[in-house]
Design a protein around this ligand. Structure first.
Ligand SMILES: [Zn+2]
Length: 249
């Protein structure tokens, strides 16, 4: 039985319609998951509900008890992730006040901008068109460092809007890395990679599919990055100088 409408509404409001595990904003693409399955005696109360995005929910379902890979979430851990996230949304962070939140988030933001400066990999993907032309992997290194840092639980904003944007940025950057890892190959130039230009003739469907997916993902990364910088400017009172590049100054 699904959760009663009222319990579902509580969960969606408390989470701000963001996934309680990866923190991205989901809008309508969100599900309220039973922490303990009903078949195992789970009830339909607030304490057994956790809003999750489709990806995290699928992760939860695909776990194979007989062939476990990675670490399964325990019920208690899921509840703690959920309660931490609800606390961020309601502003009940356990901190003394707004100023402490801003100071903590400023540190996270400056770390993020250090890992992902506007004129680094972000600029490379906004300039490059990847349509069979080559690119240097080392120019996309910022993304590796950012993805690596995102595995550190200390690298999270307290402010839910900023945290949701950071989580979204991580998801799309991860998607770009996966697409490139699968579809870009070394060219004759050492260090250069490209979606093979010959695919345009030999596998035109795949070529166009991959190229448009890369374009779309890059566009989304730049958009999310810009919106994170704007939100930080507004909420943390940081000057938007990080958006300027040396040539703009
Ligand atoms: Zn998620």
């Amino acid at each position: 039985m699904p959760f009663p409408a009222e319990i579902k509404e509580n969960a969606l409001v408390s989470s701000g319609r963001c996934c309680c595990l990866c923190h991205k904003f989901c809008g309508t693409k969100i599900e309220v998951h039973h922490i303990r399955e009903e078949s195992e005696g789970g009830d339909n109360n607030n304490d057994n509900a956790i809003p999750l995005c489709f990806d995290c929910h699928a992760d939860m379902r695909s776990y194979d008890h007989k062939h476990p890979k990675g670490n399964k979430y325990s019920e208690n851990e899921l509840k703690r992730h959920r309660d931490n996230w609800y606390a961020k949304i309601t502003g009940n962070t356990g901190l003394a006040g707004r100023q402490e939140v801003v100071e903590t988030d400023k540190h996270v933001y400056s770390r993020l901008i250090h890992l992902l400066p506007w004129d680094g990999s972000i600029r490379v993907i906004s300039d490059n068109n990847f349509d069979g032309s080559s690119f240097r992997y080392e120019k996309l290194r910022d993304f590796d460092s950012f993805e690596y840092q995102c595995r550190n639980p200390a690298f999270e904003f307290i402010d839910p809007d900023l945290e949701s944007l950071r989580a979204k940025l991580y998801t799309i950057i991860h998607c770009l890395s996966a697409t490139l890892a699968e579809n870009a190959f070394p060219t004759t130039m050492p260090g250069d990679f490209s979606v093979p230009a010959e695919w345009e003739v030999l596998q035109p469907m795949r070529f166009h599919e991959v190229v448009s997916k890369i374009h779309e993902t890059c566009r989304e990364i730049v958009e999310t990055y810009s919106s994170l910088v704007r939100t930080a400017t507004r909420k943390l009172g940081i000057l938007p100088e990080t958006m300027l590049t040396t040539s703009d100054i």
